[in-house]
Design a protein around this ligand. Sequence first.
Ligand code: IPM
Ligand code: MG
Length: 356
Amino acid sequence: MRTHKIAAIPADGIGQEVISAGLEVLTALASKDGTFSFEVEHFDWGSERYKSTGTLMPTDGAEQLKQFDAIFFGAVGAPDVPDHITLWGLRLAICQPLDQYANVRPSRILPGITSPLRNATAENLDWVIVRENSEGEYAGNGGRAHQGLPLEVATETSIFTRSGVTRIMRFAFELARSRRRKHLTVVTKSNAQRHGMVLWDEIANEVAAEFSDVSWDKMLVDAMTVRMTLDPKSLDTIVATNLHADILSDLASALAGSIGIGPTANLNPERHFPSMFEPIHGSAFDITGKGIANPIGTFWTACMMLDHLGETRASEHLMQAIEKVTANEQFHTPDLGGTARTNDVTTALITEIRKT
Ligand code: IPM
Ligand code: MG
């Protein structure tokens, strides 16, 4: 029996509800499969801990996580704590020391889900965005001086390193190669940002030469929003900087039907450290505690975690069950225009898993 050690960090808002639904589903899958199991440790890190102790996680938090095979993360952010404190105190405080430099965000229109785009279908909107997750605009490089005075100044300088850009380009080309279309779009803004983004473009060109079987093109990030909206079928795998991909991945999940559905993997591809898996949606305090959060984003995230753990059969099984459930409008939560509750979707999914 294979055992996978999972660190569960539900953290804030609906993160609690969706991670507990996700763990129920993972347990059901494991007992159905019979060849693997999970050993789950729960961590109470997040904004509540910050309010009572002053930190979102212990100072050796990232160190503690190193002994796990994967991290299953809910969401971080609270209405009464500044967002830069919660982001830097937990999510980035895990991603950066564990060098989870490849953030992977697939978007696809699942059965039964309607895209706001008139002509979008599962066949012509099927993308994976690769987000550079360790540097760029999120490097944390900058400072403030003369606070409160008229000459107050603040800087926020992006960092692009040759090794950082090269590794994310290689990862993206490899991912593109593994997909049917074998096509990569490199998102840039080198017309206006004439240093870091020019290095980004040059390295894309160099790495492309190692992947002669993968076709690729380059898009300015502003024009990319137009192409995603008007010509979704021209895209497949997409690579972009930390901030550009942050924005484009929200657009992608909205175009795929709902931000409640999208999954994320924060990968350390070399597996020197555990990778972290989280739904894309965030803490959603407006619906917290109401029992109506869409757990599908977390279930799809669980598929990515299973793939990473080598449980490919269970991952496929779970994805098929997800598609059966989304196909039935009775199991659509309010973000999809339905009236189903988190529990209804979870129970339907577990029933589906036990059946097939
Ligand atoms: C994301 C989120 C975060 C980010 C927020 C919560 C700071 O939007 O994971 O895309 O910008 O990285
Ligand atoms: Mg975002």
